[in-house]
Ligand binder design. Structure first.
Ligand code: GUN
Ligand code: FE
Length: 438
């Protein structure tokens, strides 16, 4: 049996372009797919009628988040990436190989993300097959669409003795086992993703083996790439080529490969990504702390590279993707204008770098869906009904729409910049209601 919804939709089918579908009836079938979207007018009948002050958005796609870093959200961000990893992150991640602790953390994280409107998340879990499968199970039962990756890391230089795969063979076996366990859950929402942490944490043998595993299983790949000066430079020292070229040589740059950060990608790297169908998880807030540069989102998009948005929890200290939309715009302005006022205005920044709020929301929805190859990100017939209802009239909220002042563009910008979980009344994934205040 299908279910119908009456709502006003705001979404961005193309970059720069806000589409408003007023008072449409959306019919969703048993499989969670939208089968019709018809304009019907206010007051028409539907199974679920959203209030006239509510805006329906496509669900948000977080293309990069570290589940075991959830308990350190908001801490340690004054450290350089290498120090933060070894002193804060690896000790915490190793605690999340304990199923007892994972059973506390995973449901809290997934529920919080859903309440923020994150209907799809691309996770780094831990090096433990067991707690990685537990995360996939949590997503499946709670109803969040997810790609869940067991983290592979075996290189003595880039990992501590107490948190690494024993050797490349053990890492490959564990990654293959993780794929089988996640697939065996039989969830329509959750899939595995092959996850070499990043080049400094992986031996050549592991990287090559994971590339072969991707080819033989068809499973997507994620890793970090050219994130910071240190990581970008490390690749040239070890491989005598860029991070992207090295990953490509190991068979890891494939259609829908997700490269986190990518701030230091060169033009040749961008061409390689555009040609392969791989893309970047742009994590604007985290980049301000760890990347030593602003990711040139507009340059990458104009080069034909797929780009989605990511929180990079806990490198980014905010769990929701709407704040990342605002941050992506802010960072693009800093890149465009430059930041050192002692330089002349025309020498200060990289002109042509700024993006709009519609560009940012497009990355958070359509861009992420396209990067992953999932039928979400837009409320249109044939895609899955992953959607977020935002009330624009909650008493006490700074999100306010004023008659005679706010047109559609302004209303949309306010929703993206100002909505918090308190304003999100409903969240649906594949037609199932999974969060919301209503
Ligand atoms: N590079 C390798 N691991 C990590 C991580 O956990 N966070 C970030 N931001 N970069 C990484
Ligand atoms: Fe990351």
């Amino acid at each position: 049996m299908s279910i119908t919804y009456l709502a006003t939709i705001m979404q961005t089918p193309r970059r720069h372009h806000l589409e408003v579908l007023r008072n449409v009836r959306i019919e969703v079938d048993d499989g969670g797919a939208m089968v019709s979207i018809e304009p019907v007018g206010a007051g028409a009948h539907a199974d679920v009628v959203l209030s006239p002050t509510t805006v329906l958005l496509p669900g948000l796609v977080d293309t990069h988040i570290h589940a075991p870093q959830w308990p350190q959200l908001g801490t340690g961000l004054d450290l350089p990436l290498e120090t933060w990893l070894f002193e804060h992150t690896f000790p915490l991640e190793s605690k999340l190989t304990d199923p007892g602790f994972a059973a506390e953390v995973w449901p809290d994280l997934v529920a919080t993300l859903l309440a923020h409107g994150t209907t799809t998340a691309v996770y780094y879990a831990t090096i433990s097959v067991e707690t990685t499968t537990m995360l996939a199970e949590t997503c499946a039962t709670t109803g969040q669409r997810a790609l869940v990756g067991r983290v592979a890391m075996d290189h003595p230089d880039g990992t501590p003795t107490w948190y690494r795969d024993h050797d490349a063979q053990a890492g490959l076996a564990a990654s293959a086992e993780s794929i089988e366990q996640i697939r065996a859950l039989g969830s329509a929402l959750v899939e595995p993703i092959i996850t070499p942490r990043f080049a400094p944490a992986c031996t050549d043998e592991l990287l090559r083996g994971l590339g072969d595993l991707a080819a033989s299983t068809g499973v997507r790949v994620q890793t970090h790439c050219s994130e910071s000066d240190w990581e970008h430079g490390y690749a040239f020292e070890r491989f005598a080529m860029s991070d992207t070229e090295a990953l490509d040589g190991f068979g890891l740059i494939r259609d829908h490969t997700v490269l986190a950060h990518g701030d230091h990608l060169g033009d040749d790297d961008l061409s390689t990504l555009a040609a392969s169908g791989a893309g970047v998880a742009h994590c604007p807030l985290s980049n301000a702390y760890f990347a030593n540069a602003v990711f040139p989102a507009r340059r990458a998009l104009e080069a034909g590279v797929r780009v989605g948005l990511g929180t990079d929890v806990a490198g980014g200290a905010q769990p929701g993707l709407l704040t990342q939309c605002a941050d992506a715009v802010t960072m693009s302005r800093l890149l465009d204008d430059g930041v050192d006022a002692r330089l002349a205005a025309d020498e200060r920044g990289v002109a042509g770098s700024r993006i709009s709020i519609t560009d940012a929301f497009w990355m958070a929805t359509v861009g992420g869906a396209d990067l992953l190859g999932l039928p979400v990100g837009l409320l249109e017939v044939g895609r899955q009904f992953d959607a977020v209802a935002v009330d624009t009239a909650r008493p006490g909220s700074p999100l306010r729409v004023w008659d005679g002042v706010d047109d559609d563009d302004r209303t949309f910008e306010k929703v993206v910049r100002l909505a918090t979980p308190a304003d999100i009344t409903d969240v649906w994934v594949s037609g199932r209601r999974v969060a919301g205040t209503a």
